[in-house]
Design a protein around this ligand. Structure first.
Ligand SMILES: [Zn+2]
Length: 360
């Protein structure tokens, strides 16, 4: 059987992104436009994907399109042999074909024959690692469109698909099929996408930030190590923004934190000067804190003194706008100063939605 080659050059279009990013809808849109143009279109989907009926590919707008359910390249080849005059080939959820099937070879071959091949599939696994065969297809494609869903936690553009097992983020090495567990997926941004590890459990960072000089950071660390985190292994690192010049200040600091995170349950990083002071060049303490977004929380320390609460609100606002996480606010009391009314502290608590404690 001969292929009726047309003079036009083939093209490979890749539509990729996380789950819920609208890949299938985009594939359907392109295939439908080709159909309107009276081009012969063939659509494949893996037969494992039975979510939306035997012969349709799903889209949220309920605009499904007839597709051949197949489970191998061989089956696709058989269908192609009976449809030599096909001009456009669509393949949805291409990652379902797995490692063993040479689906990349199939795409290459029909592009060589002058067909327009449009594939849609996941770019990354739930572990946020490149997912076969997308990296190779993206490399050889004429056109790549990467779509993004919206993070279900914060509403920012999503990055990868979060796998949840019984409502909790899955572990890296969780098997792909878990019997008897309820499992679902959500789109998540880089901050909210979490892959858990069973081994090498790392410690957690608490940034100790004060609103003012002499806020009482040391006594808060003492409170934590002596009662709240009793029996935990804790290390304190002092982060001062002194202008003393040392060559690899930032990278030394990162190495130190990395090492201490393995050896300790908790690390307190005490911010000596303000968060907006530079550590190196224009790189501020705040920039540095953002590097540890996922593994850190902030304990904000303020003296319980009249007139300081506005400072608390400002600091919370700046840190929140940098997407950092809070643990709580600790107010430290000193007998010789004017104390703030507890009603106003309550109001700050409501405004910031942060819990607080008063350290006598
Ligand atoms: Zn998010």
């Amino acid at each position: 059987m001969e292929f009726h080659l047309k003079s036009n050059i083939g093209i490979l279009e890749v539509i990729t992104g996380s789950m819920f990013s609208g890949k299938s809808e985009e594939l359907i849109r392109r295939l439908r436009r080709a159909k309107y143009a009276k081009q012969k279109v063939i659509v494949f989907k893996h037969s494992i994907d039975r979510r939306y009926g035997e012969g349709g590919i799903y889209s949220h707008a309920n605009s499904s399109l007839e597709a051949y359910p197949v489970n191998s390249v061989k089956q696709m080849e058989e269908i192609m042999e009976k449809n030599n005059d096909t001009e456009v080939i669509g393949i949805d959820e291409i990652q379902f074909f797995g490692e063993k099937e040479d689906v990349v070879g199939f795409c290459k071959k029909y592009v060589e024959f002058g067909k327009r091949v449009i594939v849609a599939g996941l770019d990354m696994s739930f572990r946020a690692e490149p997912y076969h065969p997308m990296p190779e297809l993206m490399g050889i494609a004429d056109q790549v469109d990467k779509f993004r869903a919206i993070c279900t936690v914060c509403g920012k553009p999503a990055y990868a698909s979060q796998r949840l097992i019984n409502g909790k983020p899955a572990y890296y090495d969780d098997p792909l099929v878990l019997v008897g567990a309820s499992e679902n997926y959500e789109a998540r941004c880089r901050r909210h996408h979490i892959v858990r590890y069973r081994k090498n459990n790392k410690g957690k960072i608490y940034f100790i930030v004060g609103t003012d000089i002499g806020a009482g950071k040391k006594s808060v660390e003492k409170l934590y190590s002596e009662s709240i985190l009793k029996d935990k292994k804790i290390k304190t690192i002092i982060l001062s923004s002194e202008t003393e010049k040392s060559e690899n200040r930032l990278s030394d600091l990162r190495k130190e934190i990395e090492k201490e995170l393995i050896e300790n349950d908790f690390i307190f990083i005490r911010i000596v000067k303000g968060i907006l002071f530079p550590l190196e060049g224009n790189y501020t303490v705040l920039d540095f804190m953002c590097e540890y977004r996922k593994s850190s929380e902030i304990i904000l320390v303020s003296r319980n003194k009249k007139g300081l609460l506005n400072q608390v609100l400002l600091t919370v606002d700046i840190l929140r706008k940098s997407d950092l996480n809070f643990k709580e606010i600790v107010y430290t009391n000193r007998s010789d100063i004017d104390k703030e009314d507890s009603e106003i502290i309550e109001e700050v608590c409501k405004l910031t939605k942060l819990s607080y404690r008063v350290l006598e």
